[in-house]
Design a protein around this ligand. Structure first.
Ligand code: CA
Length: 233
């Protein structure tokens, strides 16, 4: 069963962007534009996770967070707070109010997705698949092992995260910048060519002999995990 995520955000373009990306990852997505509206919704059917904007009409995100923590049914509900840059002290207050995590706008979507996944894995491990499978490749997120045609593939930690990141969204083309954000982390400043080096290593480890390459280089754009991999043969 897919995890349900409620997005509470009054900026419609951002809500749509998040809805699209979360749905593409297989989550069931609901949205609310106002804090008070979200509170009513949350009392009816609590989701598995809430992405909560700080500044909202009706009721602020921080007040809603405080109220959710005060109720038994939602006291442990995973909450990721969205804050604007420059609200440093506010962010600290956000966490003190009980949000599990926060992310500062403008943020990269892959980073938010990674935070959501991490939080869900902690809170609802049964809702996040431990195994990713495509064709003859099997990746186990728990044991950090990868196998191809039943044979173990030894990957460095960066190559593992890179493969995991790409396999999570088959067919989606990621730019080198997006891969740096999603795999290396947002505040790390590394040359984008580093991505090419690690993709090269990943390919060499994965594609022994004449095994087909599941990673697609998209000229001028970046890389993607071929969504047709394992289906054609
Ligand atoms: Ca807002």
């Amino acid at each position: 069963m897919a995890a349900r995520i409620l997005i509470v955000e009054d900026e419609a373009p951002l809500t749509e962007l998040l809805r699209y990306n979360l749905a593409a990852e297989g989550y069931e997505v609901e949205t609310a534009m106002r804090g008070d509206e979200a509170e009513i919704r949350l009392k009816e059917t609590p989701p598995d996770l809430v992405v909560l904007d700080w500044m909202l009409p009706g009721m602020s995100g921080i007040e809603l967070c405080r109220r959710l923590r005060a109720r038994t049914e939602t006291e442990r509900l995973p909450i990721i707070m969205l804050t604007a840059r420059g609200e440093e002290s506010e962010r600290v207050r956000g966490l003190a109010t009980g949000a599990d995590d926060y992310i500062v706008k403008p943020f990269s979507v892959p980073e938010l997705l990674a935070r959501i996944r991490a939080l869900l894995r902690r809170a609802r491990p049964e809702r996040v698949a431990a195994m990713l499978e495509a064709g003859d490749i099997l990746l186990d997120r728990e044991t950090k092992r990868v196998a191809r045609s039943g044979r173990e593939i030894h990957l460095g930690p960066t190559e593992f995260r890179l493969l995991e990141f790409l396999m999570q969204s088959p067919g989606r083309v990621f730019t080198r910048g997006q891969l740096l954000d999603g795999v290396w982390g947002r505040d790390v400043y590394i040359d984008e060519r580093t991505v090419d080096v690690h993709v090269g290593r990943l390919r060499r480890a994965l594609n022994r002999g004449r095994a087909p390459d599941p990673i697609r280089t998209v000229r001028g754009s970046g890389y993607s995990f071929d969504e047709r991999f394992g289906r054609a043969s």
